[in-house]
Ligand binder design. Structure first.
Ligand SMILES: [Zn+2]
Length: 145
């Protein structure tokens, strides 16, 4: 895989989308559209994991690790570079489906007052944050996703 193909792959996989698909939750918005959250790479008790969606990069002030989406896949899945690329390509193939599911649940959320009430109870009040986290709501299971 050449440099250009690598760049293309990275462009097609926004780090933030990939993180969210791996259960990472942005906890605190920072200036410049950046986010802090708990680090998925070490046992973190206060948010030390910085994500810059504009640059598509992450850095953890706790464990000192950082990089791009490929580096994250390596660290998160404990694989080497070539396997990380394979995982990311597979994930990219499934991403449109993930997006449809996320959109569906987000739509449901706005239709269901009780879901919003539930989020408020849990301390999630900012509409921007709810939108940004793409918090979904599945009425059939009665659980917030
Ligand atoms: Zn860390």
């Amino acid at each position: 895989m050449n440099r250009q193909a690598l760049d293309e792959l990275k462009q097609q996989i926004p780090l933030l989308d990939y993180l969210r698909a791996h259960d990472w939750r942005p906890a605190k918005p920072l200036r410049g559209g950046r986010w802090m959250g708990l680090c998925p790479l070490h046992t973190d008790h206060k948010p030390s994991f910085l994500v810059d969606p504009g640059k598509n990069l992450f850095y953890c002030y706790g464990c000192g690790r950082g990089g791009d989406v490929i580096r994250f896949a390596e660290l998160h899945h404990h694989v080497r570079f070539p396997q990380a690329l394979t995982l990311l390509r597979q994930w990219r193939g499934l991403a449109p489906l993930h997006q449809q599911v996320a959109d569906f649940y987000r739509m449901q959320l706005h239709r269901h007052g009780e879901a919003v009430a539930y989020l408020h109870q849990r301390g999630v009040r900012s509409p921007e944050l709810i939108e940004h986290m793409q918090i979904g709501y599945a009425p059939t299971t009665g659980k917030a996703a």
